[in-house]
Write a protein that binds this ligand. Structure first.
Ligand code: ADP
Length: 405
């Protein structure tokens, strides 16, 4: 079965094509046969196949046009991997917000599209981009089955005390509650950790740390998310690349009253100008923060120390509801590639008996254990493989086969 995955972000559109042969999913994450991404800011389209890598400059900023130009590279030019679009059996979309209704991968029908549209006020950048992708496929591929895999779904069954904000209860009833995000990745990493450790997922108390430009933790018990750091929006929780994470909400009231901020300027401040970028004044990118620290930059060092402090505090805050910790997983750009941050976090939990193996930590490649054999907590690095998780979940839905994922 050939599955096309569309993963729309705020500033990018990624897509890849997987082929699943036979009646079960492969044990290891397969290489996609075609992989592409559009950076909307630079209008660059990049395509990789098993044979070739190509960059194309898009002629306009029009997103539906850009998506169809991207998909055309599947069936024409040097990157051609299919004779026609009919060869695609299934299209799956990462949809950022599924609200409270959608707690699993769902076949896209008119009412699901309507629900994604109704949730636009809660995900004003992402849900419209997801709808654009769904509609582009309808135009180009006609009646191919489409599946939505929701980033909120894994967290949809968190206990009420985790979900409700301490505001007057009527706001909860109006939908102001904690939803959580990055769920596809957290769920995948928890399952993959159990697979690597050869233990039943249900027996493990796991914290997954997704540390990319956006950062969040999930606490997983009995295979379910029982807590996560992102909330009503992906702004809550950890310090991130350009997002502040949690701050005293009275700061916003103060800025509104004393500095003439409004909704748009607050949005910009908190989502685009804060986090590593805001504190360091140098970059949102952890690689550049580290390079600046090596040059002796004090604000870059402060940004790193704050990032780790907040990360450790958030991990600590999840321990009581988990009732302990068996596994800590690091994933995404920083989680997978930054041994120093893993070491700094690990040091904070030595009192629990968590011990990293310095050699394994420094040389970790994809999907490996980096704790020492006598560590009380297994620490793993896992490639987030979000696109594969989206493909696999939709394959399971369509084939009604829950075998090994
Ligand atoms: P996104 O959340 O946009 O998918 P990523 O998961 O790629 O982002 O994470 C971006 C972060 O990961 C950046 O701070 C970057 O510095 C860091 N990162 C990505 N790749 C590497 C690498 N090879 N070495 C060190 N850090 C990396």
């Amino acid at each position: 079965m050939k599955i096309l995955v569309l993963n729309a972000g705020s500033s990018s559109q990624k897509s890849c094509l997987y082929e699943i042969i036979g009646n079960s999913l492969p044990d290891r994450v397969p290489q996609p046969i075609w992989n592409s991404s559009i950076d909307w800011k630079s209008k660059q389209l990049k395509i990789t196949t098993t044979e070739i890598e190509q960059q194309i400059q898009l002629d306009s900023e029009d997103r539906p046009k850009g998506i169809s130009q991207m998909l055309d590279t599947l069936i024409s030019g040097e990157t051609k991997v299919l004779n026609n679009f009919e060869a695609i059996d299934l299209v799956s979309h990462r949809v950022v917000h599924g609200g409270t209704e959608y707690n699993r991968a769902t076949k896209i029908e008119p009412k699901v599209k309507q629900a994604i549209a109704d949730l636009i006020p809660l995900a004003p950048i992402h849900n419209p981009a997801n709808l654009e992708g769904i509609e582009a496929i309808e135009r180009l591929l006609g009646n191919v089955p489409q599946v939505a895999v929701f980033d909120t779904a894994f967290h949809a069954e968190m206990p009420l005390e985790t979900v409700v904000y301490p505001l007057p209860y009527q706001w909860f009833e109006k939908g102001i509650r904690r939803y959580g995000f990055h769920g596809i990745g957290h769920q995948y990493c928890a399952k993959r950790a159990a697979q690597i450790l050869n233990k039943p997922l249900k027996e493990l108390k796991i914290i997954t740390a997704h540390l990319g430009n956006g950062c969040s933790l999930a606490a997983v018990k009995d295979g379910k998310s029982i807590n996560t750091t992102m909330g009503f929006t992906p702004l809550e929780g950890l310090m991130m690349g350009t997002r502040s994470g949690s701050i005293d909400p009275a700061i916003l009231i103060y800025l509104l009253r004393e500095y003439n901020f409004n909704a748009d300027s607050l949005d910009r401040l908190l989502n685009s100008e804060s986090g590593l970028q805001g504190v360091s004044g140098i970059s949102h990118d952890m690689r550049e923060i580290r390079a600046a620290i090596e040059r002796g930059d004090r604000r870059a060092k402060l940004a790193l120390d704050m990032y780790v402090h907040r990360l450790k505090s958030a991990i600590g805050s999840m321990l009581p509801s988990l009732g302990g910790l068996d596994v800590l997983v690091f994933t995404a750009g920083i989680g997978e590639n930054n041994p120093i941050i893993r070491e700094m976090v690990g040091d904070g939990f030595e009192f629990l008996g968590l011990k990293l193996d310095p050699n394994l930590n420094n040389t970790a490649t994809e999907d490996s254990v980096i704790s020492s054999s006598d560590s009380s907590v297994k620490v793993l690095v896992i490639n987030s493989a979000e696109d594969w998780a989206i493909a696999a979940q939709s394959w399971q839905l369509i084939t009604n086969n829950n075998n090994n994922f």
